[in-house]
Design a protein around this ligand. Structure first.
Ligand code: T5A
Length: 209
């Protein structure tokens, strides 16, 4: 039997990486075989693309190149990692997937979302998650968490994190609009509260699946 495909989406600092790890542990404890991956990334080539899109460089990608880089990364991880694992009957949890392209490059950068959906279908051969967990946080919470993490780890905001406040507001609204359009696929969880409460809401959404 084909495995289940779950994606985590949302603005930066929403707790995706944290809750991806916690959900994977919980599913493994129930005896499921779970593969965790992320976007951009998840294969050798896709991890190199991750470096390219996040790096501060003199000639940053123009928006159209940025789209193509994310899609190239997605095509690699879908073909070489996600689809084979699902075919083996494993559960796959992916930290970001297609909705990030629609939110960041579509609502955020202004590329036509329908055009992005068509390109995305080409990259994924039509693969759609069984469940998408949208960890929603307002920009103030997102900024505060990222600042705290940067201070703790002595790191800097990457190229996309540095995009302005208006951009981050648009992409958050974009995520919420995507969720409203597909209520059966999305579970929207307020991730500004306590971590334990968010974990419980994530587990409840997966239980329904
Ligand atoms: N991108 C990606 C696109 O533009 N288009 C695309 O198509 C794709 C796929 C990827 C970047 O690329 C962009 C989006 C991104 O800008 P990334 O590393 O995946 O980069 O980006 P982020 O989503 O920014 O990853 P983060 O690690 O910053 O955010 P997470 O994973 O949402 O958050 P997490 O779990 O690391 O938590 C952040 C901090 O908050 C704390 C954690 O301990 C951590 O310190 N935290 C909480 N604190 C209080 N209460 C809670 N409930 C908390 N949950 C977590």
């Amino acid at each position: 039997m084909r495995g289940k495909f779950i994606t985590f989406e949302g603005p930066e600092g929403g707790g995706k990486s944290t809750h991806v790890r916690e959900l994977a542990d919980a599913l493994r404890a129930e005896g499921h075989k779970v593969l965790v991956t992320r976007e951009p990334g998840g294969t050798r080539l896709a991890e190199k693309i991750r470096g390219l899109v996040r790096e501060e460089i003199e000639d940053p990608p123009v928006t159209r190149s940025e789209v193509l880089l994310f899609l190239a990364s997605r095509a690699q991880v879908v073909a070489n990692v996600i689809k084979p694992a699902l075919a083996r009957g494993e559960w796959v949890i992916c930290d970001r997937f297609a909705d990030s392209t629609f939110a960041y490059q579509g609502y955020g950068r202004g590329i036509d979302v329908q055009l992005l959906k068509n390109f995305n279908d080409f990259a994924t051969e039509g693969l759609v998650p069984d469940l998408t967990i949208l960890l929603d946080v307002p920009p103030e919470v997102s900024r505060a968490r990222l600042a705290a993490r940067q201070a703790a780890t002595a790191t800097q905001a990457d190229r996309i994190e540095q995009a302005g406040e208006e951009f981050h507001r648009r992409l958050r609204d974009g995520f919420l609009e995507l969720a409203r359009a597909e209520p059966n696929r999305f579970a929207v969880i307020d991730s500004s509260g306590e971590r334990e409460a968010v974990s419980a809401a994530v587990l409840a959404a997966v239980q329904r699946l």
